[in-house]
Design a protein around this ligand. Sequence first.
Ligand SMILES: Nc1nc2c(ncn2[C@@H]2O[C@H](COP(=O)(O)OP(=O)(O)OP(=O)(O)O)[C@@H](O)[C@H]2O)c(=O)[nH]1
Length: 267
Amino acid sequence: MPIANLTNGIPSDQRIDQFIPPYGYLSSIDAFPNFDESVINYSTNQRSQKPSNLICKIVLVGDVAVGKSCLATRLCHNTFDRNYKATIGVDFEVEKFLILGVPMSLQIWDTAGQERFKCIAAAYYRGAHAIIAVFDMNDLDTLKSAERWVNEALQTTANDNPLIYLVGSKRDLLTDERTCVKIEQTARVTAKRLNAEFWSVSSLTGQRVQEFFKRIACVSYQMLVKQQLTPLSTSNERVMPKTQLAVSLTPMNGKTEFQATIKRELL
Ligand SMILES: Nc1nc2c(ncn2[C@@H]2O[C@H](COP(=O)(O)OP(=O)(O)OP(=O)(O)O)[C@@H](O)[C@H]2O)c(=O)[nH]1
């Protein structure tokens, strides 16, 4: 398939040529300054050949109503819904990026925070390249829970060695700057303990949402390419596994290419 067919419809702000930095270098464990030369050379070759289909599986976890679905919706549809609709089991979205001219898809698995859906959601952890643990910056109990969510996800995904991101949501509700700085400091301590990268975002205003997912796309792309370039037995890098799709997908119009059949309920 010609590369042009694979890149059609990717918005200009999801075409990335420069490595996206972390949200503050103190917040990052993998602060790559730029794409490696080997990754740039690989990308140049890919552009002139049939490109491989790079897929990064991301799983969103965290307590009820911390803002997981709104985060995915802000990225994939650039909209925000003030009305809370609980996720039932798991939702699924795909968002395409073009990195150094090579297409890559982020598969975003949005799991339910409600206890009663935990077993269903946990079934989707396997094969994750990245775990995003979301907490509400206005409720520090959800930060404690985020740590528990990550540890539970790692029980299933430890062999996959996923990247961990800790995301403070609803930044717009914190009007006092000093409080915000304090909460971010506390979150960075937790992130360090989890070997995670910390971001604070607002899905309501869109603050840092695009930037955050672009950062994940860059880091994941670099790792996936390095995995392809390095035989497993000789690699000391964090290696990301191939992803299996576990649901049947329905084509959708617009930016999101596919969506699993999703059931939501109004509480
Ligand atoms: N002010 C503000 N409200 C937000 C933000 N993100 C989410 N919310 C609100 O928080 C509530 C819960 O958001 P969801 O995204 O549905 O939460 P969730 O984590 O997916 O919840 P579950 O599906 O139950 O796991 C909704 O009423 C949203 O409108 C934000 O950035 N700012």
